[in-house]
Write a protein that binds this ligand. Structure first.
Ligand code: M6R
Length: 590
């Protein structure tokens, strides 16, 4: 869950490479480092976010036309300067950045220490430059030495290597961690993700596992693990550089929430493609959704929709738990994987379990990501790049795809029509922003929050609570409204904020009663309901929605206000919502 960049230009590389790595900061911000090659390896690195480290040691103040850089989400070793990448060999002639986990690093490290190598960090990565050093000292060139080194590695890696012995190239390799090549007339690039190269080029080559790359100024050579050259297609990305900029907003998260109405429109364009995929499906007698985090919550909405609208037994399984269900798979089961990044290690692992037995469908945001190359069918959410660590617009785009899928499976024209009304209705959330800000101010010091919903809107409660936890560090729980009386009601006390999700529909009366039970115990209710609902007149903190929004489509709209609420509490608490502590956007470790 780190980010790496490699770059070859015919001018000083550091300013470009630091701009690129900034675009990957969503992948980790425990430390940052850069190395360039001249007649020596020049390294600058430090712990903390890029801005903090740059202010202190001026990361761009480093010569060389060829360089590599890294942002870290710590796995092995504390987030210290010593553990920050790049890591070098004993003689400082080789430098490596790495994203992934080397599972056999302890054995390799021990062997290398016995052979006389000196280690300077606690990381798993450091075995890589020492292995390359060993093979170069045996007379191999940089490419061959990197190949021999990675043949010894067990685990996941996307890596970039430079050396003073061959200062005109970068060697890269990938296995189970994302890596792309960007090609342009001005130079060539390696990166963990597309936003890193968008300022320089939109021409991209996606790499597969066990592929090795030799990057030179005017040449890119891609090889298999045995160094046989491969023909790879160069794809043109339809994202533009502005999509990965803040565009005047204080934070990416706010920008991405404001993009949601457009994302709704863009994703609805996928309707025909989804219809086509559905037409290829055979009859399934069971559906599994597999996902993590926010994507898991989108899947839960899918479960309610499929079971109520189509009557097909459906289950949602956290990707990290999926292996325990594998014996239940068969060829009449459809397994749907939902993932923004398409790189979540748990989800990839689950897909590998399901694919040989069942039909698989992936709903993914990042074009060309690992999962899109594994699943039988792929639906793209059209959210564009999401930089904020907290998923917002991509959640909504996942939901739109799920609703379209269900509508096409059930040939439900009425639902498709309803979906086309969502764009207009979504704009109304921004009219409530001032009210949301007031609520945020009032509750910014709360220690606990509850989010309560029922049926289709139980997942909305879970997602609202997750957003609050991750960017405000306030403890929050999402509960189905009817479940509180079975235990958690004991936690309700005077003044505790409880967000009640109460759209009109079949579950309204029961939810209303449950919320009354909570109010009666002294909770401060923040209610999300219909503007024509006179029963909630006496609630002080309310966010009132268009009365045409029923409980079935409410998950697509009520969540926008909850995202804004978390965002404004985060800002009130002076937390950077784009980079919450301990988290990274793309979780490429299991
Ligand atoms: O890329 P994915 O959708 O597979 O990521 C899954 C989760 O890591 C992700 O949704 C995470 O929970 C979000 N940061 C929550 O905002």
């Amino acid at each position: 869950m780190c980010g790496i960049v490699g770059c070859i230009l015919d001018k000083k590389v550091a300013p470009t490479i630091i701009e690129s790595i900034k675009k990957l900061e969503y992948r980790g911000y425990d430390s940052v480092g850069i190395a360039t090659v001249t007649d020596t390896i020049n390294v600058k690195k430090g712990s903390g976010k890029i801005k903090e480290v740059d202010d202190e040691i001026k990361l761009t103040d480093i010569d060389g036309n060829i360089g590599i850089a890294h942002v870290r989400w710590a796995t092995h070793g504390n987030p210290t300067k010593e553990n920050a990448h790049p890591h070098c060999d004993c003689d400082n002639k080789i430098s490596v950045v790495h994203n992934g986990i080397i599972e056999n690093f302890k054995e390799l490290r021990q062997e290398l220490i016995q052979e006389g190598h000196i280690f300077k960090s606690e990381t798993d990565t450091e075995v890589i430059p020492h292995l390359i050093e060993k093979f170069m000292k045996e007379g191999n060139d940089l490419l061959k030495s990197t190949q021999l080194a990675i043949k010894k590695l067990i685990g996941s890696y996307a890596l970039a290597v430079i050396s003073t012995e061959e200062p005109d190239k970068i060697i890269g390799a990938r296995n189970e961690s994302p890596l792309i090549v960007g090609v342009s007339d001005n130079g060539n690039f390696l990166a963990s993700d597309v936003p890193a190269i968008l300022n320089e080029t939109r021409k991209v080559i996606y790499l597969e596992d066990k592929e090795i790359i030799q990057l030179e100024k005017d040449k890119v050579t891609i090889m298999d693990i045995n160094l046989n050259p491969l023909e790879k297609e160069i794809k043109t990305i339809d994202w533009n550089p502005e999509m990965a900029e803040k565009d005047g907003y204080d934070h990416f998260m706010l920008k991405e929430i404001f993009e949601e109405p457009q994302v709704i429109k863009d994703t609805l364009f996928e309707s025909e493609k989804i219809k086509e995929i559905v037409s290829k499906f055979k009859n399934f007698n069971r559906i599994y959704f597999v996902a993590c985090g926010t994507s898991y919550h989108a899947s839960l909405v899918g479960e309610y929709l499929i079971e109520t609208q189509l009557g097909i037994p459906t289950e949602v399984i956290l990707a990290s738990e999926f292996e325990y269900f594998q014996k239940t798979l068969d060829d009449h089961t459809l397994v749907i994987f939902i993932t923004q990044s398409g790189e979540t290690a748990d989800t990839i692992k689950a897909l590998k379990v399901a694919k040989p037995v069942s039909e698989t469908l992936a709903i993914v945001n990042v074009v060309g990501s690992s999962i899109t190359r594994e699943a039988h069918h792929v639906i793209y959410t059209r959210a564009g790049p999401e930089i904020g660590v907290a998923a917002t617009k991509t959640y909504l785009s996942q939901l739109i795809c799920i609703y379209l899928l269900v509508a096409h499976l059930g040939e439900n024209e009425e639902l498709i029509e309803k979906l086309h009304s969502i764009h207009e209705l979504s704009l109304e959330s921004f009219d409530r922003e001032e009210e949301i800000k007031k609520i945020a101010k009032r509750y910014k010091s709360a220690k606990d929050f509850f989010y309560i919903g029922r049926g289709f809107n139980y997942p909305t409660a879970l997602e609202g609570a997750l957003k609050l936890k991750e960017i405000t560090y306030i403890h929050a729980e999402g509960y189905p409204a009817g479940e509180l009386k079975h235990g958690p009601l004991a936690l309700i006390e005077e003044g505790i904020p409880v967000v009640g999700i109460l759209p009109p529909g079949a579950s309204y009366a029961k939810t209303f009663n449950n919320l009354q039970e909570i109010r009666a115990r002294g909770a401060n209710m923040i209610l999300l309901g219909a503007e024509n609902d006179t029963q909630i007149d006496d609630v002080e903190d309310k966010l009132l929605f268009n009365s045409t929004i029923d409980e079935i489509i409410a998950p697509l709209l009520y969540i926008i206000d909850l995202q804004l609420l978390s965002y404004h509490i985060s800002v009130e608490k002076s937390i950077d919502p784009d980079k919450p502590k301990n988290l990274a956007k793309s979780v490429t470790v299991v």
